[in-house]
Design a binder for this molecule. Structure first.
Ligand code: UDP
Length: 245
């Protein structure tokens, strides 16, 4: 199968549906192939646009998926549409289902100790077929080698990294060379939602593509981060205009 990538501000997004993507990751797991997955929203793209160092981290990824309606809209505007959103939370849930069926092992890295403990408990209860190889909260010293050693020793099929952006992509990119196998995927605040500590937007908000607004209402402290969204739209539109002229 030939893969297609759509570049948005020099970030290559894989042209795929959620279902196709999860099947592809499953085939990597079955072949014990290592893979680094970024689920990128406009905030991530804009951060990479402004920081070459972060952009280099993203360019180490094997796959970057469109997490966020802003990315899907941008792809349409530049005339290279992406089929749908492929967001971190949904992929994590799909991968939990697959792991439950196929008895894959997982490592959970990130979030507060309480959220992490709740996440481990819910995984074990809901998906008894999953082997939780290990877990570590997201507030550890990056210089301490024990986290990497632990992952190397337990050889999980999947490593979910919930440190929030840009930390999760930086951590994976800095440490990927130490590992021989495993799907490494940044999932942001997904453990908080999965464990029931934070509510995800109800389905109707997601269907109307206003999940970002729901998050803003629930966590007003995010407003500063969201100022980047109109900037992203401006950069995309100006590139389109320049291309036409
Ligand atoms: N977090 C972490 N280590 C840190 C900072 C944050 O593990 O040093 C966790 C935090 O507890 C939360 C997640 O990272 O679970 C960040 O969620 P947020 O919604 O901010 O991330 P986003 O989805 O926007 O990337």
């Amino acid at each position: 199968m030939t893969l297609k990538f759509i570049p948005i501000l020099e970030i290559p997004f894989i042209k795929t549906t959620r279902k196709q993507f999860v099947e592809m990751l499953q085939s990597h797991i079955d072949k014990q192939e290592k893979s680094f997955v970024v689920t990128a929203n406009p905030e991530i793209v804009m951060h990479a646009h402004q920081s070459d160092e972060y952009k280099k981290c993203l360019h180490k990824a094997n796959y970057i998926t469109a997490d966020g309606i802003g990315i899907v809209k941008a792809a349409k505007i530049i005339g290279n549409p992406l089929p749908e959103r492929v967001c971190g939370y949904d992929i994590m849930i799909d991968l939990f289902h697959v792991s439950n069926k196929k008895n894959y092992s997982i490592y959970l890295l990130g979030a507060s100790q309480r959220v992490l403990q709740d996440t481990v408990e819910v995984v074990k209860k809901k998906y008894p077929g999953i082997n939780v190889a290990g877990h570590q909260n997201g507030f550890f010293d990056w210089k301490d080698p024990s986290v990497v050693q632990n992952i190397k020793k337990t050889q999980p099929d999947l490593v979910f990294v919930a440190l929030g952006f840009p930390r999760q992509e930086q951590w994976i990119s800095n440490h990927l060379d130490h590992f021989d196998k495993g799907i490494f995927i940044g999932v942001g605040g997904s453990f908080d939602v999965f464990s029931g500590n934070v509510n995800r937007a109800p389905e109707i908000w997601r269907k109307l593509n206003v999940e970002w607004f729901y998050r803003l209402v629930k966590q007003p402290s995010r407003w500063r981060r969201m100022l980047v969204l109109p900037k992203f739209a401006m950069v995309i539109l100006s590139r389109k205009v320049l291309k036409k002229s």
